[in-house]
Design a protein around this ligand. Sequence first.
Ligand code: NGQ
Ligand code: ZN
Length: 463
Amino acid sequence: MTTGGHTLFAAHAYLPQGWRRDVLLEWNGEGVLTAVTPDSPAPAGAARASGPLLPGMPNLHSHAFQRAMAGLAEYRAQAGDNFWSWRDLMYRLAARITPDALEAVARWLYIEMLKAGYTSVCEFHYVHHALDGSPYENAAELGQRVVDAASQTGIGMTMLPVLYEHSGFGKREPRPDQRRFINTPRSLLELLLTLRRARPEHGALAYGVAPHSLRAVSEASLRALLDGLDAHLPGAPVHIHIAEQTGEVDECMAATGARPVAWLLERFEVDARWCLVHATHVDEAEASALAASGAVAGLCPTTEANLGDGIFPAPRYLDAGGAIGVGSDSHIAVDWRSELRLLEYGQRLALHQRNVLASAARPQVAERLFEAALAGGARASGRTIGALAPGHRADWLVLDAGHPSLDGRVPDEWLAALVFCEHGHSPIADVYTGGRCVVREGRHVDEANAYAAYREALARLRA
Ligand code: NGQ
Ligand code: ZN
């Protein structure tokens, strides 16, 4: 048998039914898998993968500009340091970012994501306006720069322009340092449509919206935003930050008499199009109800640990069938392996047990979490990704099976080693998106140029 066009033969590949041998992948000119055939004879002349194949991981939560401050809020402690003092520092960067700087930072960040094995990203994009808070001539200028950065690197994107109106519950006036974020439902939808006209969706690009949080958006505005979205993009993803801090839960209780997740589930038809980012502070009833809704809990364990948010009740939620995905959020780390590892380790430290997030049906923690994060990340992105299966985007990772963390292990042991071991450089060698190899032997094709532009942008931002 010979095949023309786009094919790759892999001795091992992780399919929806687990590790399979002698897998032939075929995809079309649009970068979509057309056939995935295990136990296949190697066709004459087909390219052979240098190692085992895994589906690429979706990153369901990112604020690209924050990459520029990774590590800078750890530098010197101040009395009472907490989430809100971190946010003040972060706002100082948000106040300075320019279109050129944002594009350079995002481009480098997305290369880091690809190298780490994230093949798509949901960008929760909230810095919209010029430095003085007035709209750019192109209202979607900054969003467009982020979309362009993604296209340049080859990462898939779900762009989520953010609605931000208020500084707190009870429609509090926005703070001066929030002026670049502020829109009405109508102006935000216009911004989205402007961006969509300039950069229409395609196989690697989708759109949705993100009401920032219950702190920042009123009930009426949330309704207006969803109605407006459905008039143009019915069923598109909706992401929201929720219940990330106990302070937010307390303020929500004081303002509404309900906890944030309970309040949202009570008033809105929360279903599989929703991604509730963090959702850290949910009680038992909220965890069960959220699991039953089909919404994705968007967990960002390295950022949540970094900011001192708290620990998501993952055992109860997963056992109730809840969907999860992972995001790198503030980009203190850009590595899905670290997110999954910390998700499990938080539970071990809290409960004094091991292999907490395994289940009777899925005794291997790494495989259970990897599959859950693929499926939930795909759902949150609103794109057909996250599996080596026909109809899905041709996004995958090629492992170096001879890496010291994987060497001497049999295929069923690879994922556990990949997620839990950390011995020097990453065992992810090559990365493909839309059937194109964008990372080869750990290097992105555009890495040198992108890094030079990133360094220049960083120097200017810190000047
Ligand atoms: C975030 N919170 O971006 O996801 C935030 C910042 C804000 C956590 N990572 C929230 N917990 O901008 O108010
Ligand atoms: Zn966030």
